[in-house]
Design a protein around this ligand. Structure first.
Ligand SMILES: Nc1ncnc2c1ncn2[C@@H]1O[C@H](COP(=O)(O)OP(=O)(O)OP(=O)(O)O)[C@@H](O)[C@H]1O
Ligand SMILES: [Mg+2]
Length: 360
C-alpha cells in the first residue's frame, strides 16, 4: 500500500468512527463485514460478536423480509430506502429506523451492500419523555400540597381522639376511639409515602450492583417460594453519585411488582448496561446506566398501562398505587427516568441514570 492510500484509509476510518449515523457493510453472501461505532451503539453490541452474522440475524424485522430486499438490491444494483422499519434488537428491545441500502459494485470485486440506519423513534421517545417528566412534576406538586393539607388536621383529630379515650368513663367505648386513632395512623402513613422522604438527600459514591444485590436479597426473603431472580451485570459500570437509600427504595418498588407479577413459578431478571451519548428528557449525557427489571408475568393490564406512574393507580384490590410514582420521583431526583414496556409474558422496566456527576 502506498503512503497516500494508507493515509486515505486512515482518514476514511476516522470519518466512519466518528459518524453519528449507523453504517454497516454486508458482503455478497449477506454476511456482515463491518459496522461502525454508531451502529454498535445503536444495537448495543460489539462488532466482535456480530461480524460474520447473516443480515436477517443482525436486522431481524418482524414485518419485512430484509434478506429478500437486500438480495434484490444486490441483483438489481438499485439503492432503496425503507422508512419506519421495526427492528427487534438483540437484547429484546424494538426500535424504528429509516434504512438506506446502497449496492457497491467495484470492477471485478464481489459486490457489497452499504446500509445506513437512522433511528426515528428516538426523537419520538425524547418528546414523550419530556412530556412524562413535566406531567410527573405537576402531579407531584399537587399531591404534595394535598397531602400536607390532610396531614395537619389529621394530627389534630388523632390528638383529640387520644384525649377523649382517656376521659371515657366506659372502657367499652374505647373501641371507637381506637378505630379513629388507627385509621388516622394509616392515613398518616399513606400521606408520608405520598410526600416522600423528609430528610435531605445524602449523596455519595454508590455501586449500582451493591444496590441491586440488596434489593435482590430483600425480594428473595419476601418471596421465598419464588420467582427466580436472575442477574446479568456489566461489571465495568463505574460508581454513581447518588443517595443509596433512595435508589434501593426505587428499585425495590419496581422489583416487588415484578416478583408479585411473575409468581412463584416465574422469573425476574435484573440487567445492567452502559449507554453512550444518551438523552434523558432533553439532556444529553456522555454515559448513562440502564438497569432493566424484567419479568415473565401476565403483563400490565391494558386499562392502566399508560397511567402506572400516576399516584393511586393500581391493578390490585389492596394496592395503594404509590410504588411506581415514588420510584419515578426518586429516579428523577437523580436526573434519571423510568420507562416501561409490557406485553403478556414480557414486562420490562428500564431505569436510566446518568453516570457522570451532575454539575447543576
Ligand atoms: N411487573 C409488573 N407486571 C404487571 N403489572 C404491573 C407490574 N408492575 C406494575 N404493575 C401494575 O401497575 C400497578 C401500579 O403499581 P404500583 O407499584 O405503583 O402500585 P401497587 O403495586 O398497586 O401498590 P403499592 O403502592 O403497594 O406498590 C400495579 O398495581 C400493577 O397492576
Ligand atoms: Mg407496587
Amino acid at each position: 500500500m502506498t503512503k497516500t492510500t494508507a493515509a486515505k484509509c486512515l482518514l476514511e476510518q476516522r470519518v466512519l468512527d466518528h459518524l453519528n449515523t449507523a453504517v454497516m457493510l454486508f458482503g455478497a453472501d449477506l454476511c456482515l463485514k463491518y459496522l461502525n461505532p454508531a451502529a454498535e451503539m445503536l444495537f448495543q453490541v460489539s462488532a466482535r460478536h456480530v461480524v460474520g452474522l447473516n443480515a436477517s440475524d443482525v436486522l431481524p424485522c418482524p414485518d419485512t423480509h430484509v434478506e429478500r430486499r437486500l438480495k434484490e438490491a444486490l441483483h438489481s444494483r438499485h439503492p432503496f430506502t425503507e422508512r419506519e422499519l421495526n427492528i427487534n434488537v438483540l437484547d429484546g428491545r424494538t426500535m424504528t429506523v429509516n434504512c438506506t441500502v446502497l449496492p457497491l459494485h467495484h470492477f471485478d470485486a464481489a459486490p457489497e451492500l452499504l446500509v445506513e440506519l437512522h433511528q426515528v423513534d428516538r426523537q419520538l421517545r425524547i418528546t414523550r419523555e419530556e412530556h412524562l417528566l413535566s406531567q410527573h412534576q405537576a402531579t407531584q406538586a399537587l399531591i404534595r400540597g394535598l397531602a400536607h393539607e390532610i396531614k395537619n388536621p389529621l394530627g389534630g383529630l388523632r390528638g383529640a381522639a387520644q384525649l377523649l379515650e382517656r376521659e371515657l368513663p366506659d372502657p367499652g367505648l374505647r373501641e371507637y376511639t381506637r378505630i379513629i386513632i388507627d385509621e388516622a395512623d394509616r392515613l398518616q402513613g399513606l400521606m408520608n409515602r405520598m410526600i416522600g422522604p423528609n430528610r435531605m438527600p445524602s449523596r455519595g459514591r454508590v455501586n449500582i450492583h451493591g444496590v441491586l444485590e440488596h434489593v435482590r436479597g430483600l425480594i428473595l426473603a419476601e418471596y421465598p417460594a419464588g420467582p427466580r431472580v436472575l442477574r446479568d451485570y456489566d461489571p465495568s459500570i463505574p460508581d454513581l453519585e447518588a443517595d443509596q437509600d433512595r435508589l434501593i427504595q426505587a428499585f425495590l418498588n419496581i422489583a416487588r411488582n415484578a416478583a408479585a407479577a411473575a409468581g412463584p413459578a416465574g422469573t425476574v431478571q435484573i440487567r445492567t448496561r452502559v449507554l453512550r451519548q444518551f438523552t434523558i428528557g432533553n439532556k444529553r449525557h456522555r454515559l448513562v446506566l440502564r438497569t432493566d427489571l424484567c419479568d415473565n408475568g401476565p403483563g400490565i393490564p391494558d386499562d392502566i398501562k399508560d397511567q402506572i406512574f400516576f399516584p393511586m393507580v393500581s391493578g390490585h384490590p389492596g394496592g395503594t398505587g404509590l410504588g411506581l410514582p415514588i420510584a419515578q420521583e426518586l429516579i428523577n431526583q437523580h436526573g434519571g427516568l423510568i420507562e416501561c414496556e409490557s406485553r403478556p409474558g414480557d414486562t420490562r422496566f428500564y431505569v436510566y441514570l446518568p453516570l457522570e456527576p451532575d454539575h447543576e
